[in-house]
Design a protein around this ligand. Sequence first.
Ligand code: TXA
Ligand code: MG
Length: 346
Amino acid sequence: MDTQYFDATTQKEAGTALGGRIIRGGGLVAFPTETVYGLGANGLDGSAVSSIFEAKGRPADNPLIMHVAKKSDVKQLWRHVPDEARRLMDAFWPGPLTLVFLKSDIVPDEVTAGLDTVAVRMPEHKTALALIRAAGVPIAAPSANLSGRPSPTAAEHVLADMDGRIDMVIDGGPCRVGVESTVLTLVGRPTVLRPGGITREMLEQVIGSVDISPAVLRPLGEDEVAASPGMKYKHYAPDCEVVVAVGSARKVANIICREYDIAEAMGKRCIVLGTEQNRSCYHGMSCDIIGDRAMPQTLCASLFAALREYSGTVDLILAEGIDERDQGLAYMNRLLRASGFTVLRE
Ligand code: TXA
Ligand code: MG
């Protein structure tokens, strides 16, 4: 199949109108959101949704997020709209927050992987919203990468994984947030299943205390059930070893310099994913300063692109761990998964 490319930054309406027609006809369209690129299909058409799983090589038991263009669209997808959801939607939609609640009968089992809940979000991106409006249906969309690879934060990442496997990609430039949305379930106690741009601290200001799923910062044991099926799969894995140093800014720099010397002496090609605060510590080493420890959102915005860039071109990525506060929780969740939970501390 030929994958059509459309640049939404120059050819605005034409791309989303055509994309909407492709989605209504059962096809697959990759599109930009504020978090990462999504791979969309008609969320009310079970067989269109199945073709997403095929194109990505995604395990069939990992459910998808429904994307809507207006808040009131959740009414058709959920059994009812709980009060907490209303308050969260008013505070954070459109934006990087996905809410999970009991599904209505119109949601196909292919979307929910047979669960009785469905995840919904309204993205904060004008091209995504225009595409959903043009399609006239909720769009079911996972991240537009091959299963297991880092999520795409630019159209070129989508094409690297999906060219020839999907009908169309709409290029909206780089994604602002860079990690996938926060997933919060409202069934039972509100619990973050996946941290993202809307932080626990932000959620708690609106609905009070929020739990964090244990799977967020550690691997699940063999006999544990994942609240979010996505958490049990190997994720974001680049084609090289990834090691995360944790501790204070000074300590992580010490650990990284030591490990770099050891690895280099063994003939390994290494790269440091560092922060502004430690720039001067990595003098003479191969290093990419990807953000600022005091502004974890800057690290989130560049992590996946960096993992893709160095995948296969180095043997070892040595990355700085940061505090798990605010967006630091999302950063550490993705980084720890990319490393297979390989952590060094002093
Ligand atoms: O930012 C995002 O959320 C991006 C963009 C494209 O919107 N989408 C995305 O989709 O990251 P995906 O499929 O890569 O991740 C969806 C996550 C998975 O971890 C999945 O297990 C979880 O949401 N999920 C979906 N439906 C669920 C449900 N009913 N209950 C629990 N977890 C669910
Ligand atoms: Mg994904």
